[in-house]
Design a protein around this ligand. Sequence first.
Ligand SMILES: O=C(O)Cc1ccc(OCc2ccccc2)cc1
Ligand SMILES: [Zn+2]
Length: 262
Amino acid sequence: TGNPWGYGKQDGPSVWHKNYPVAEGDRQSPIDIDPHQASHDPSLGPIVLNYDKCTSIKIANNGHSVVVEFEDSDDRSVIQGGPLGNPYRLKQFHFHWGGKDCHGSEHTVAGNSYASELHLVHWNAVKYKTFEEAATAPDGLAVLGIFLETGDDHRWLHTITDVLYTVKFKGSVTDFKGFNPKCLLPSSLHYWTYLGSLTTPPLHESVTWIVVKDPIIVSEKQLSKFRTLVFTGEEEDQRTRMENNFRPPQPLKGRKLISRRV
Ligand SMILES: O=C(O)Cc1ccc(OCc2ccccc2)cc1
Ligand SMILES: [Zn+2]
């Protein structure tokens, strides 16, 4: 079964609208963040993460990215505060990255890309029964976006990069227990927030985006390990290196970007 969509010339972001017309909708993601355009909302509180009881289950190559899935049958790991009306449950996190360090992130800041972007995906289990149901609702999902910039080795990222060889091919899955993604956050959670969408098909307009201003620093060596993954399955003769799995910025269409200093 071929991929319904991808990041190549024939199946990439510029043609997603053919099968997913919402790609041309009014609240699509990612966007270019212009810090000077952001309005400050003093009533906007800090983001609160309660990840201490989080339970990671597995790490997988889904043919688009590498994803770490969490146990989300109760409120053991939630994000709340900030623009969020109630707690949202952590479901999974994954990354987007480039073929070179000069690009790879989905959101850009004043037109500048980072080397990679980490997305921590949460869903509103107060209002919706399943992730899939929440993923189609305008207040269903909350994604925390963290930029990755190259520099020194990241002290904890090796826990992920050391196991990437076990999920090289599309469809591969490995047990991945006991990982708490709090170790991947920068010290200060200054953030921008706006209403947007999934950045991959089905592109549902269901995401409250919370993009953290400060990047985390990872080494070029750690980042290069993400590029050893392939989009293709082990059984396919084609080996297409997994890189540049990012959607470019989409029109703001009059949306308000709000900024919160911690
Ligand atoms: O973080 C992102 O890139 C946004 C994003 C968040 C969640 C996501 O889940 C895929 C999915 C959505 C709906 C139903 C089934 C699968 C896909 C993309
Ligand atoms: Zn993502």
